[in-house]
Design a protein around this ligand. Structure first.
Ligand SMILES: C[S@@+](CC[C@H](N)C(=O)[O-])C[C@H]1O[C@@H](n2cnc3c(N)ncnc32)[C@H](O)[C@@H]1O
Length: 263
């Protein structure tokens, strides 16, 4: 094809959008809630990261597995990669689900690179991000340099210090709980009681976990986690939300006395 021909004639499959539908299609593709087809490859990248974590965990334990994931890649789940929209959209949707108020002390458990923590810091006086991987904490600190009300520390969700009890009016746990293994009913009961204990009176706990088609094993695990927290005697669910591709549940402490006596 002659080089002087218009672009769509040289590359017939790249025809420009024209005609009555073109404006509509362009608007749909540009809309921030539209996940691009390439986002589906993000789920494949994430599945490869998870498989590598599983292999390392079997040999060296969970903490080593997450440390290795963040050492091998500065962004193991491509959460900050501009070519994918899904994670940014997830953070925006989580922020939109929160009660419309300013928070005093916020805890982001399993904060990873701290991208959600940074958004939370815009609506809070102080945010603490905790992650089991010291390498993740290092990356999160670098990314958040200069944000005065945001700090990160290494900590395991399964071994949180008592000094955090009743300290937060918002606790967020996004795409983290399903990595705890083995995640049986007893651990879920213990966890829901432990996380309830982190909340100050009137505080809110937001859980978000990936959810695809209801019947696949990952989505079933997510459902089990959200059900266990919903039925916890220490928490009361105030909202259930399904988004592409995650479930979110908002909970409040049911009875401060009960939750604090539990563990
Ligand atoms: C898929 S990433 C999600 C990161 C972040 N919440 C987000 O939504 O972008 C899961 C994170 O959970 C952390 N994690 C896994 N097990 C943990 C544990 N027992 N305690 C604290 N963090 C943990 C991992 O290191 C990883 O950073």
């Amino acid at each position: 094809m002659h080089a002087g021909h218009p672009e769509h004639l040289r590359h017939p499959r790249r025809r420009p959008l024209t005609g009555p539908d073109a404006g509509f299609l362009k608007r749909v593709l540009a809309h921030p809630t539209f996940i691009l087809p390439r986002d589906f490859s993000l789920f494949l990248v994430s599945a490869r990261t998870d498989a590598a974590i599983e292999r390392t965990r079997a040999k060296f334990g969970a903490r080593a597995a997450f440390e290795e994931a963040y050492t091998r890649s500065r962004d193991p789940w491509r959460s900050a990669a501009p070519r994918y929209r899904y994670q940014q959209l997830k953070y925006e949707q989580i922020m939109a689900l929160l009660p419309a108020r300013r928070f005093q002390r916020v805890l982001d458990l399993g904060c990873g690179l701290g991208l959600l923590s940074q958004r939370l810091a815009q609506r809070s006086d102080a945010v603490l991000g905790l992650d089991v991987a010291a390498a993740a904490v290092g990356h999160a600190r670098e990314r958040a340099a200069g944000i005065a009300n945001l700090s990160f520390e290494q900590a395991d969700i399964l071994d949180l210090p008592a000094s955090l009890d009743a300290a937060f009016d918002l606790v967020v746990v996004a795409d983290t709980l399903y990595y705890l293994s083995p995640l049986g009913d007893d651990l879920l009961k213990t966890l829901s009681a432990r996380l309830a204990r982190l909340l100050a009176p009137g505080g809110v706990l937001l859980l978000a976990n990936h959810f695809f088609f209801s019947a696949d094993p990952d989505s079933r695990l997510t459902r089990r986690i959200h059900d266990a927290f919903t039925w916890s005697p220490h928490l009361s669910a105030t909202g259930h939300h399904r988004r592409s591709f995650f479930l979110a549940t908002l909970l409040e402490p049911r009875d401060a006395g009960l939750a604090h006596a539990a563990l």
